[in-house]
Write a protein that binds this ligand. Structure first.
Ligand code: UDP
Ligand code: MG
Length: 311
């Protein structure tokens, strides 16, 4: 029998653990596959870990990784995938927004021979307007800058074959942006659509600020095109400045109003100052990433687990 691992990062999800486990077990094709459910407690401050441990004591299919602090959704996912032992790994959220009844469809596609089965969220009333619109705009910008193509509505609800998992676990890059890496990886991929449920309990862990950071991270970890933008912009502005010289000389009149000249100079200084800072910031961001990467720190630290051989 093949084994399927289900990897679920959980950050303050105490009321979702039990219902999600029950739902997964009721939809899982038990007679055909072995399975393991791995919860990653990403430094929760509520009773998430106790809940998981309680279930793990009664159910030999349930495992947990307790991270030493909050390392963020993407790193928590990486931890779970690294420790999973299945012939394929399914990642999903802890709040039931990723419908557990889709497990069967994911597995069916895998059995058809696909290495990666990802999912596309069809928008319904359970997707907030901000998420919908910002997602749309972001994926446009991302696809243009990063030269890979993330489809609209894809998130971290997918199945990966062991083959892909082996490659993926070898990635030790900071600022993981898994949904951007997946199209980059290639392999035989297919998608299924789903309508998200409402979050069962608790509230979203992705504030606007976190979404913005993930967005910037996504682009800068997969592409250096923003640096090209600095060069193009610089060249264009220099060219415009050179072209402007003859106009200034021709239109020179000794009695022109002095304030007008002052104002235009000030605006120009502010404009170019802002532009230079933005470009410097962009370069700085990449240097910062190099700095963090060369330290080779682990992406996550496991404090405790009940996974055999790792205890
Ligand atoms: N999550 C996590 N660490 C974090 C933030 C989120 O493990 O620092 C988990 C969270 O428990 C959930 C998943 O990542 O299982 C997605 O988070 P959420 O549902 O809040 O995001 P949304 O669906 O609103 O985008
Ligand atoms: Mg959610």
């Amino acid at each position: 029998m093949k084994t399927i691992s289900i990897v679920i990062p959980a950050y303050n999800e105490e009321n979702n653990i039990a219902p999600l486990t029950t739902a997964i077990k009721s939809f899982f094709p038990h007679h055909r596959y072995q399975y393991e459910i791995i919860f990653i407690d990403d430094g929760s401050t509520d009773n998430t870990l106790t809940q998981i441990q309680k279930i793990a004591q009664q159910d030999k299919h349930v495992f947990y990784l307790e991270l030493s602090r909050n390392f963020g959704h993407q790193n928590a996912l990486k931890a779970g995938i690294d420790y999973a032992t299945g012939d394929c790994v399914i990642t999903m959220d802890c709040d039931m927004q990723h419908p557990p009844h889709l497990l069967n469809s994911l597995i069916e596609k895998w059995e058809e021979g696909y290495d990666i089965v990802y999912t596309r969220r069809i928008e319904n009333q359970n997707t907030s307007l901000v998420k919908k619109e910002s997602g749309k705009i972001y994926y446009h910008i991302f696809n243009w800058l990063a030269e890979v193509n993330i489809e609209k509505g894809t998130a971290d609800f997918r199945l990966m074959d062991r083959r892909v998992v082996e490659i993926f676990t070898g990635f030790n890059e900071n600022d993981l942006f898994i949904r951007g890496l997946i199209p980059w990886l290639g392999f035989k991929q297919t998608a299924i659509n789903y309508e998200p449920n409402e979050r069962l309990s608790g509230k979203t862990k992705y504030s606007l600020r976190k979404m913005f950071l993930l967005a910037i991270n996504g682009i800068t970890s997969l592409s250096i095109r923003p640096l090209y933008a600095a060069i193009y912009l610089g060249l264009t502005i220099s060219l415009l400045a050179i072209l402007a010289i003859p106009f200034v000389i021709i239109s020179f009149q000794p009695h022109r109003h002095i304030i007008f000249i002052w104002a235009s100079i000030l605006i120009a200084i502010a404009f170019f100052g802002g532009m230079q800072l933005t470009i410097l910031g962009t370069i700085g961001l990449y240097i910062g990433k190099i700095f963090l990467q060369v330290k080779h720190r682990p992406l996550y630290i496991v404090r405790k687990t009940n996974i055999p051989d790792h205890q």
